[in-house]
Design a protein around this ligand. Structure first.
Ligand SMILES: *[C@@H]1O[C@H](CO)[C@@H](O)[C@H](O)[C@H]1NC(C)=O
Ligand SMILES: *[C@@H]1O[C@H](CO)[C@@H](O)[C@H](O)[C@H]1NC(C)=O
Length: 509
């Protein structure tokens, strides 16, 4: 071989090697990007990465930027078979039916309804910090103290302590809401608030906001459930304080750390009102929050209603109104997410932003449910631990057991959202959350549970025999879920590698 042909060959080989290296590197990057996107695509919002909010203890951030315009809420009656299921690469899940026969009666006997009057507006106390929902400014010389106290509850405790327990708020409702008239007689409700090591001022501001802004005739009692708190002031001091409140209020205690679900069940057992209203321990109810919720339930006892959850800033305690055009959804990891309300649901409501909004799932921290209906559908899954997934579980339960789940845009309740959970999860957060999610998948998702197992890293199949408890099965069967007259369809987006799978499901439907 001549020297020149040798160099030509060498150059050729080098060129093809370089090509190979370049190709290989690009391939690695493509795979890396793909993994990154599928893992984190739920967390990308308008303001960048929002994953930090996912550790939130009780509910998700209500104004988290929707990713998908899942334009797929359908009533069976309205299904335009051609149009309703085509379009994007989502798979549709039957959420359940609107009306079932049998079980509890749809309406209340009139003896159990009470005549009510509007609660007077809480007037502004001039000169107090945070009045009218304004942010609290901490003086510069107190910044160190503020940082120190922040750690106790993962919100600005110093600011909270400066604000009146009776703080005034602006009327955040849509104008159309203020003109609405509700039934003159409504069922009574008991408020159930679960807490664990809550701060004194946030807990009592929640209680006072309920007392101040609910029609007194409709407020049966306030039940505080202490899930094994370790703080002294939440002991006898709290009991003595609530004993003097103008509305019957009492404290129940779980003997050991039981988690949100079991603590709520303990509270529910003691409810003497017609309707149970669950609230978180760091909320503020706004003017006219309660009557629109009860007014929906009085029309159909199987309607479960949530207020719009506004944001109380964890930094300044400013009251910030949340969007009224998001609804609750979920992804295949069974994480709750807020999404933009699809135009189909807007049309069903005649584009009236004050009309009740049917939502596939709820955030879970705040909602009202008829007490008998709550037990008819089997209440909560007692096998779930501490926190996580119970909101999806309850949402699926409602839709699959003849109920309707709605967000009532005329009812607003503020909630302190935190970046980090100040609580302990025995055995680790991931383990508990995955355990709970698998229970949701096994009990309520039937064959779609495979999507959950495929999409959620670290999930482990649960012993489905153990999970398909008699209670859950009977509840589902007695409600005859597949003989639906009204169906809500919800599309969950899938990553490209699931495209074929989702198509076959859609055809099967
Ligand atoms: C809140 O206001 C009521 C009167 O509306 C009053 O009786 C009560 O003492 C106030 N509570 C606090 C903690 O200031
Ligand atoms: C999807 O279906 C097409 C056509 O049936 C097939 O060629 C392709 O390999 C499938 N993709 C996957 C990921 O299974």
């Amino acid at each position: 071989m001549t020297f020149s042909s040798f160099t030509r060959k060498m150059r050729g080989r080098m060129r093809s090697n370089t090509c190979r290296i370049v190709l290989l590197t690009s391939l690695v990057w493509v795979i890396f990007d793909f993994v990154l996107i599928t893992r984190y695509s739920d967390c990308i919002g308008k303001d960048g990465w929002r994953c930090k909010r996912s550790g939130e203890f009780d509910v998700e951030l209500p104004n988290a930027e929707p990713l998908v315009d899942d334009n797929q809420l359908v009533d069976d009656n309205e299904i335009n078979t051609e149009k309703s299921l085509d379009g994007d690469s989502g798979s549709a899940v039957i959420m359940g039916q609107g009306f079932a026969s049998g079980g509890i009666s749809m309406t209340y006997p009139s003896v159990s309804l009470k005549k009510w009057f509007l609660a007077p507006t809480v007037e502004e106390t001039k000169g107090k910090p945070g009045e009218m929902g304004k942010p609290v400014k901490i003086p510069a010389d107190m910044k160190d103290l503020m940082k120190e106290k922040f750690k106790e509850n993962q919100f600005n405790l110093l600011a909270s302590d400066m604000i009146s327990l009776n703080r005034s708020l602006t009327d955040v409702r849509h104008e159309g809401c203020r003109r609405k008239h509700y039934a003159s007689k409504l069922p009574t409700t008991s408020i159930v608030i679960v807490f664990h090591n809550e701060a004194w001022t946030t807990l009592l501001r929640t209680v006072w906001s309920v007392i101040n802004r609910s029609p007194r005739a409709l407020l049966k009692e306030i039940i505080l459930v202490d899930d094994a708190s370790e703080r002294d002031f939440l002991g006898k001091q709290l009991e003595d304080y609530v004993a003097k409140l103008p509305v019957r209020t009492f404290v129940l205690r779980t003997e050991k750390r039981s988690g949100l679900i079991r603590a709520r069940l303990l509270g529910a057992e003691h409810v003497s009102g017609e309707v149970i209203t669950f609230l978180d321990a760091h909320c503020e109810c706004t003017e006219g929050w309660l009557e629109p919720l009860l007014a929906r339930i009085v029309q159909n006892r199987r309607t479960v209603v949530c207020p719009i959850i506004d944001v109380i800033s964890d930094e300044t305690f400013e009251y910030i109104t949340a969007s009224d055009s998001t609804w609750g959804g979920f992804n295949w990891k069974l994480n709750f997410r807020w999404y933009r309300v699809p135009s189909r649901e807007m049309a069903r409501r005649n584009n009236d932003r004050t009309a009740p909004l049917r939502t596939p799932t709820m955030a879970g921290g705040l909602f009202s449910i008829d007490k008998d209906y709550f037990y008819e559908i089997g209440s909560y899954d007692e096998g779930m631990d501490i926190w996580g997934g119970e909101n999806l579980e309850m949402s699926f339960r409602i839709w699959q057991c003849g109920g309707i789940l709605e967000i009532i845009p005329c009812s607003h309740v503020g909630h302190v959202f935190r970046d980090k959970s100040p609580y302990t999860f025995p055995g680790g957060v991931a383990k508990i959350v995955l355990h709970n999610a698998a229970r949701v998948a096994e009990v309520w998702l039937d064959e779609w549970r495979d999507f959950y197992y495929a999409m959620s890293t670290g999930s482990k199949k649960q012993q489905s025999k153990k999970l398909k408890t008699k209670k859950n099965q009977q509840t589902k069967q007695s409600n005859n879920i597949f003989k639906t007259t009204k169906t809500i369809l919800y599309c969950v987006h899938l990553t490209p590698n699931f495209k074929n799978y989702s198509l076959s499901i859609r055809n099967w439907l």
